[in-house]
Design a protein around this ligand. Structure first.
Ligand code: ADE
Length: 227
């Protein structure tokens, strides 16, 4: 079982992912557990303050280290856990990273906010910072949900055979080939004949060529050989 813990100032945001669909089923099947922790439970003042102005000046607010350190001491305890900070400046979250994370036993997300998180949190508590894309969201909650979803569906026994992971987008460095189902003729739009031919070799070759064509068109960067 993979245990996710999430430290956030918006615990309610996680209800849809924790309580719905495949991620919900994965919890029922004991493939994952997800515990959401409210960072404000580790504040001591009446305003339940988690942020303050940056030293050195500048715009915005910075998440204070105190509540995060206290929360992490309690949440992590003596366990070995992989701690991820969600922030736009992190390394890119990819399918390969999702696969890597799916091998872990304990993952803790710290959801970043405001201008950022006090650097001592990153230095002392965080194993890696991850970003879900080159854009800035209002907080790290959606990124944590995205990562929980992408990792959970890779765990053995979470997806049924029908939702097989083989040859889906990114798994072979290519986007997925086009899919068709009944009817074979939809308002005059016909399914490519090769898919009805029963010739598996031809079908495979067609799918590979289509995947390449699609990748070339939408994501040519995936085809570049990296140094
Ligand atoms: N927080 C704000 N924007 C983010 C992003 N793109 N990825 C991860 N965390 C974020």
């Amino acid at each position: 079982m993979l245990k996710f813990d999430v430290l956030t100032i918006f615990p309610e945001m996680f209800h849809p992912i924790v309580n719905e669909s495949i991620v919900k089923r994965a919890q029922e099947k004991k493939k994952v557990s997800i515990t959401i922790h409210d960072l404000r439970d580790w504040t001591n003042d009446v305003h339940r303050k988690v942020d303050d102005r940056p030293f050195g000046g500048g715009p915005g607010m910075v998440m204070m280290p105190g509540p995060i350190f206290d929360a992490m001491k309690k949440i992590k305890g003596k366990r070995k856990a992989h701690v991820i900070l969600t922030c736009p400046g992190g390394a890119p979250f990819t399918q390969a990273k999702a696969r890597q994370l799916s091998k872990k036993k304990n993952i803790i997300f710290i959801c970043g906010h405001y201008e950022g998180v006090d650097e001592r949190v990153r230095e002392e508590l965080v194993d890696e910072s991850l970003s879900i894309g080159d854009y800035v969201l209002t907080g790290g909650e959606l990124p944590a949900m995205v990562m929980i979803d992408a990792v959970t569906r890779l765990l053995p026994g979470v997806l049924g055979k029908a939702e097989s992971l083989e040859s889906e987008s990114f798994e072979e460095g290519l986007l997925e080939y086009p899919h068709y189902t009944r009817p074979a003729d939809f308002k005059g739009k016909k399914v490519p004949a090769v898919l009805l031919s029963g010739n598996h070799k031809d079908i495979q070759a067609w799918r590979k060529a289509q995947a390449l064509k699609r990748t070339q068109k939408s994501r040519p960067d995936l085809l570049k050989v990296r140094p």
